[in-house]
Design a binder for this molecule. Structure first.
Ligand SMILES: [Zn+2]
Ligand SMILES: [Zn+2]
Length: 213
């Protein structure tokens, strides 16, 4: 992996946009901004992007993800950001133009909290020390990065615009080729058993079953 001389990080560039999303600016947003900027330099993509060239997997939601979004221009709305909810302040950036099967994963070095305290001993709290230090630390002290090979297909995730299907069981529309085929039936994820909520029908049945005779 090439090393890239960091430009001076400037929070001012992002402040307004962050404050549209939040009533505060916090250390995790800074980490998201710093990772986004570093990805732009290492992949040689000018950010924040106006097109959809860069795609990012964030490994947690929250303030961090907003930092990544603001620095890169990637978003759920542009279908260039996806949450892989692994509870980690880390992200993998994919240049869909040159390498849709490989990514650049960036994560914080494990000792940055202690380093922040050492770098800013005069600040009133650990939180304030992190907020300040994460803006000042050079890329290679703050972050680690590595090329990774993707085991999910960004092309399949993005799918094609205008593709529509109808679920043979519930009748709801399915876009982006997310249907499943089960016993010759075209089903939505929910009807194929990949539910994240209990349907009203299931609830009614279980309520009945629990009613004492
Ligand atoms: Zn925050
Ligand atoms: Zn269905």
């Amino acid at each position: 992996m090439q090393t890239v001389r960091a430009e001076m990080f400037s929070l001012d560039r992002y402040r307004d946009r962050l404050l549209q999303l939040h009533d505060h600016i916090c250390p995790r947003q800074i980490l998201g901004l710093r990772m986004g900027e570093l990805a732009g330099r290492l992949l040689n993509i000018s950010l924040p992007q106006k097109d959809k060239r860069l795609f990012v997997f964030v490994e947690t939601d929250g303030c961090f993800a907003d930092g990544v979004m603001v620095a890169t221009g990637c978003s759920l709305g542009h279908r260039t950001l996806r949450l892989m909810d692994q509870g980690k302040v880390a992200a993998t950036f994919v240049d869909t133009r040159s390498d849709p099967y490989g990514g650049l994963r960036i994560w914080p070095r494990p000792t940055i909290r202690q380093q922040a305290r050492a770098l800013c001993p005069d600040l009133s709290s650990r939180w304030h020390a992190q907020l300040e230090a994460y803006q000042r630390m050079p890329d290679d002290e703050l972050l680690a990065w590595a090329r990774v090979e993707l085991v999910v297909s960004v092309k399949a995730l993005i799918s094609r615009p205008g593709v529509r299907a109808t679920c043979d069981r519930c009748g709801e529309e399915i876009i982006n080729e997310r249907e499943r085929w089960v016993d010759g039936m075209r089903l939505c994820a929910h009807c194929a058993g990949e539910a994240y909520f209990a349907s009203p029908i299931q609830r009614a049945e279980s309520a009945e079953a629990q009613t004492p005779a």
